[in-house]
Design a protein around this ligand. Structure first.
Ligand code: HAM
Length: 436
């Protein structure tokens, strides 16, 4: 049986692979205007980074990580030996922890320096149950800004993200922006306790998972999709009613800046996000066309404690990640199709072995001059070479026939106007380049 791609992964075929490159290019160009520079961190990191950074009790770390193991270490494990922490590696489930680790390791935010604004793009891995919009390998484009806690960073990044969605063709009316504040270490513990007590009071109405969440991570109950839990959580205490003065002021400032920029958002006090590192601002952009649990096309927030969690000095941070694959689904729901990629300026057709050699040589010279050229590689008839040239969208076809060639000539056909011109072989290249 033919081998297929693993479940929850997908191939980006040429048209989509080109679109993915263009998507990343567009991000570089737009985010570059806001000062974001590229960074590329390993796909594999020490498991400990994600345990400490994202949080042991999160679904992502407790259930969804792919742990990578070398043959040598697997043997050790099977022989009953324990692995050293350093040898425990995982495929990255997200990009933030790795970028913050790199910033700490290379001291990218020295004291007193302006914030480091970093962007990345690439595959992330989560062992989730695959379904539409939920994969085990998916692509993200993300940004992280490290070293500033000013709300202008939060608002600037959210505005930048909305501009990006607009630029790639995701219509403002097909998405909604949800905003919340998660508080900080001063106000969240007391709020967490309030939610815990609320859940305890209603524990008979909770699903089994939420009963576990109640003890481990009560705020995660806000994310429960079970109807009875969702209904119950609507009346749960709201974090925005329990923010400390500093957090309330910060949140107010972010909203004011978004209002000033004309960015529409809805406040959603139940937006808690699935990663433990968030403090203060959190947000998510959801596709309105999809009412599934996989409708978030991007999200992020502030994480002022993460650098310390991974061993660095206090460094506030803010960032987001865009789910490329879900953006594509949203675009396709709007009627989008990947642009065709066939691109050929000149097709060099030939009729026998000798002229085939000339076609090969001429095509090479055209490419060396910066244009695209193709020849036949399958001994096709002249008629089917023309069909192929048409399919490739060639603007010119050069026909190198034995009779003309014997007289030192080639024929150049303009595929739009159908005009043909006999040209001396030595002048063919110059003539072709002038026509393009
Ligand atoms: P996240 O919300 O876990 O945040 O993921 C960001 C986006 O990645 C989601 O909104 C979604 O579009 C996409 N995504 C997540 N899981 C999957 C999946 N299994 N299949 C397809 N797409 C998926 C983060 O990853 C944070 N690191 C964002 C961040 C950056 N926060 C601060 N800085």
């Amino acid at each position: 049986m033919a081998i297929k791609a693993p479940e929850g992964t997908r191939d980006l075929l040429p048209e989509e692979a080109s679109f993915w490159s263009a998507f990343v290019e567009r991000a570089h160009s737009i985010f570059g205007n806001y000062g974001y520079e590229p960074i590329d961190t390993p796909i594999i990191e020490q498991t400990e980074l994600f345990v400490r950074g994202i949080g042991e009790a999160t679904d992502v770390v407790s259930k969804e990580m792919f742990t990578a193991i070398s043959g040598e270490n697997l043997k050790r494990l099977l022989e009953g030996e324990k692995l050293r922490a350093k040898s425990r590696l995982s495929l990255r489930p997200e990009g933030t922890a790795g970028v913050v680790r790199a910033a700490v390791q290379h001291d990218l935010v020295p004291q007193g320096a302006p914030p480091a604004k970093l962007m990345y793009a690439g595959p992330m891995f989560r062992a989730e149950r695959p379904q539409r919009g939920r994969q085990r390998q998916f692509n993200q484009v993300g940004v992280e800004c490290l070293g500033a806690e000013d709300p202008t960073i939060d608002a600037e990044a959210i505005i930048m993200l909305m501009r990006f969605f607009d630029a790639v063709g995701i219509k403002p009316e097909s998405i909604r922006l949800l905003l919340n504040s998660m508080g900080c270490e001063a106000c969240r513990p007391a709020y967490r306790e309030l939610v815990h007590s609320y859940l305890e009071e209603h524990q008979d109405e909770l699903c089994e998972t939420c009963r576990i969440r109640m003890e481990m991570n009560p705020l995660r109950a806000f994310d429960c999709k079970v109807e009875t839990c969702a209904a119950l959580m609507e009346n749960a205490p709201k974090i925005t009613d329990h923010l400390c003065e500093g957090c309330a002021k910060h949140y107010g400032h972010v909203k004011e800046l978004l209002d000033m920029a004309g960015i529409a958002y809805s406040e959603d006090p139940s937006l808690v996000r699935g990663l433990d590192y968030y403090t203060r601002t959190v947000f998510e952009v959801q596709a309105v066309s999809s009412d599934s649990a996989q409708n978030a096309i991007g999200g992020g927030g502030r994480y002022d404690k993460l650098a310390e969690e991974v061993g660095g000095r206090p460094t506030p941070g803010f960032g987001f990640a865009i789910g490329y694959d879900r953006c594509v689904l949203t675009l396709q729901d709007q009627g989008f199709a990947f642009p065709a990629q066939n691109h050929c300026d000149v097709f060099c057709a030939s009729m026998d072995d000798e002229t085939h050699l000339q076609a090969f040589h001429l095509a090479q010279m055209i490419r060396d001059n910066g244009c695209s050229a193709e020849i036949d590689h399958q001994s096709r008839s002249l008629k089917s070479q023309f069909k192929l040239a048409d399919k490739l969208g060639a603007r010119l076809v050069v026909i190198i026939g034995p009779e003309e060639f014997a007289q030192g000539l080639v024929k150049v056909r303009n595929m739009d106007s159908h005009e043909e011109q006999l040209v001396a072989i030595q002048e063919a290249l110059v003539y072709i380049m002038e026509q393009l």
